[in-house]
Design a protein around this ligand. Structure first.
Ligand code: MV4
Length: 442
């Protein structure tokens, strides 16, 4: 096992990883930007180093600075958290070349899965169900021909896409030229790669994902599934484990597909396979090669510390338990607490004047907040995650309402009340909602 790990991230996830390291007896090295001198992860780590200015590109994304600190402190592994460099194959390769373990899959696997059209072809080769689609499009004529073959509506996707950027739905041939131009431009600006492909656009879908854990011996353990259909502008707001109202047949098909895909590419550590679910059919969408924000709902139900096993499998340890040992009977819900205006949803900042964190059995609040902390304007607006677990979905919803009613955060505008609205919405309570729910509720 590693004796010291560098955490190349900030906020909630840096705190989460430091906690796992402490429990495992691993020393921690934090890095921080000039805006994060008073951040909780800096205080919690055994050693902390300022590596640059407030903007992420000047600090948390500075690969040379991160590798230099790792070498200087003797950290033999780097945990990238989520976001930041977590899905950057170039950074994973740089770590490999320096003899430092990047806590994630190999750079080669990250590179494959990071290009969505390559991930699609791996899915096809692994007999994973997938939406009808095209290869990378060369010009407008080909786009029109492919759309006619597939049938409108179609969705244009940037091969390098992510974070809701680089997608356009096209409902008719007349709209194709404009949409293709727009999405190419957006992809070029956001990712420096204007490769675009097309898929049949599926309406009224659920976003369901499968959490996997894999080791270097080739074992792949499915830790469960999550419904992440409550999204606004491609930002997830609420996640639950397991996905409600999913048939046993679709669940079995998704687990089988996720397992096949992971085995096909030689996946190691934790990863997520995302699917679109429409009635009784599921379709592969993409694979995330990182720890995800919403891993915590799966931890509560499975009874497995996902970060601990991510670190262990990265160190080459074989998973000693089987899927039969993974908890499947309980239900967990997560509400992402974000610093935002309740009406405009614009990100907000401010000082934490009052903070009361809910307590009780199976109530968890993962965050980097503390009394008098100043929320800086430079990073993601997610402040923390309120997670509850109970024997039933109804019980989890009741527990979440109780926890939300207890939660107090004064000084930073946040979305506590929005979450209460969902917990009281008839459509959410039924559990058969899809990605359209958010527009209806908000
Ligand atoms: C789709 C889809 C329907 N059909 N692909 C792609 C990126 C991911 N974050 C959401 N994506 C989707 N891909 C096909 N073939 C529906 C979504 C989707 C979505 C798309 C646009 C705006 C909001 C969305 C929310 C959830 C899912």
């Amino acid at each position: 096992m590693f004796s010291k790990i560098l955490i190349a991230n900030r906020g909630e996830v840096a705190v989460r990883v430091i906690r796992a390291c402490k429990e495992m007896g691993i020393e921690t090295v934090a890095v921080y930007s000039a805006a994060d001198r008073d951040a909780l992860h800096v205080e919690m780590a055994d050693e902390s180093y300022c590596i640059g200015g407030p903007l992420a590109k000047d600090s948390y994304l500075n690969m040379d600075a991160l590798l230099m600190i790792a070498k200087r402190t003797g950290a033999k592994a780097i945990h990238p958290g989520y976001g930041m460099l977590s899905e950057n194959p170039e950074f994973a390769r740089a770590c490999e070349e320096e003899g430092i373990v990047f806590i994630g899959p190999s750079s080669q696997v990250m590179e494959q899965m990071g290009q969505k059209e390559v991930a699609r072809s791996v899915a096809i080769a692994s007999h994973v169900p997938i939406t009808p689609g095209s290869d990378i499009l060369t010009d407008l004529a080909e786009a029109k021909a492919e759309a006619n073959r597939i049938g409108y509506p179609v969705i244009l996707k940037a091969r390098a896409g992510g974070g809701g950027k680089g997608i356009r739905v096209v409902r008719s041939e007349e709209a194709m030229e404009n949409m293709l131009t727009q999405v190419k431009q957006e992809a070029k600006n956001s990712f420096g790669d204007d490769g675009i492909f097309m898929e049949k656009y599926l309406e009224h879908v659920k976003h369901v994902e499968v959490q996997i854990l894999a080791d270097k011996s080739g074992n792949v353990v499915i830790l469960g599934d999550r419904d992440c259909s409550v999204q606004r502008k491609n930002q997830k707001l609420i996640e639950e484990c397991p996905a409600p109202v999913l048939s046993d047949a679709v669940r079995a098909q998704m687990y089988e597909a996720a397992r096949n895909l992971a085995k096909k590419v030689g996946y190691v550590t934790v990863g997520t396979v995302e699917f679109l679910v429409q009635k009784d059919a599921c379709y592969f969408m993409e694979m995330n090669t990182r720890l995800q924000v919403e891993h915590s709902v799966t931890e509560m139900v499975a009874g497995v510390d996902i970060v601990e096993w991510q670190i262990r499998t990265a160190a080459g340890i074989t998973i000693p338990f089987t899927e039969e040992k993974v908890g499947k009977t309980r239900h967990a819900i997560e509400c992402r607490i974000c610093a935002e205006n309740a009406k405009t949803f614009a990100p907000s900042t401010g000082t934490v004047e009052l903070l009361h964190i809910p307590g009780g059995v199976d109530v968890r609040f993962d965050s980097a907040l503390y009394q008098n902390y100043e929320v800086p304007p430079f990073y993601d607006s997610m402040l923390g995650k309120l997670v509850v677990c109970a024997d039933t979905r109804d019980g989890a919803i009741r527990k979440m309402k109780s926890a939300l009613s207890e939660f107090v955060l004064v000084g930073v505008e946040n979305n506590r009340e929005m979450h209460m609205k969902f917990m009281e919405d008839g459509r959410f309570l039924l559990g058969n909602y899809d990605t359209d729910l958010c527009e209806k509720v908000l």
